[in-house]
Design a protein around this ligand. Structure first.
Ligand code: NI
Length: 177
């Protein structure tokens, strides 16, 4: 497994609509494992492949002890509304309240290439919606008011001027023997 570099706001892959995965093969399983490792290392609740520069429709989620991969995910039904603060590994230290559906039904393909459906609500439903947005080139800041987004982006640009659009993560220290 490899720790992958995170792409940050300013990287074009975050604004690219990712392409459907044709088949779950060994290379894709490797990518899935790398996404889980990278998400865990970055302490995120979700990670989409275009956040590591790969514009394929694959994302992983780990929220409220629910851990799963979504290949070619679609939301087949959505109801209710929830509003809560979100952040994103690709826009560190920026947070904002986003309204999402409260309950959804997800349809996606798993690591073995099998299609599955899953009902989710609350934080898990929020994470799924956030990650599928990523696959469509959408970021959570796009859901904020224009004014709020302008303020956050102006601050981001000031603080990140001249910095790279990718970030290397530090592997966690190996456990003491
Ligand atoms: Ni994100």
């Amino acid at each position: 497994m490899s720790l992958l570099d995170l792409h940050l706001l300013g990287s074009s892959t975050l604004r690219t609509r990712s392409v459907e995965v044709a088949a779950v093969d060994e290379a894709l399983r490797q990518l899935i494992d790398d996404l889980f490792l990278t998400m865990d290392t970055a302490k995120g609740v979700g990670l989409a492949a275009n956040q590591v520069g790969i514009t394929k429709r694959v994302a992983v989620v780990d929220a409220e002890s629910d851990r799963f991969v979504m290949v070619n995910p679609i939301i087949t039904s959505a109801e209710g509304r929830q509003r809560a603060e979100e952040g994103c590994l690709s826009i560190p230290e920026v947070y904002g309240d986003v309204t999402r559906a409260e309950r959804i039904v997800l349809e996606a393909t798993d690591r073995e290439g099998r299609r599955y459906t899953k009902e989710a609500e609350g934080l898990v439903a929020r994470a799924i919606q956030h990650e599928i947005d990523h696959l469509d080139g959408i970021l959570f800041i796009d859901h904020l008011s224009a004014l709020k987004r302008q303020i956050l982006l102006a601050r981001w640009k000031k603080e990140n001027r001249g910095k790279a659009v990718t970030k290397s993560l530090q592997p966690p220290p190996s456990p003491k023997k």
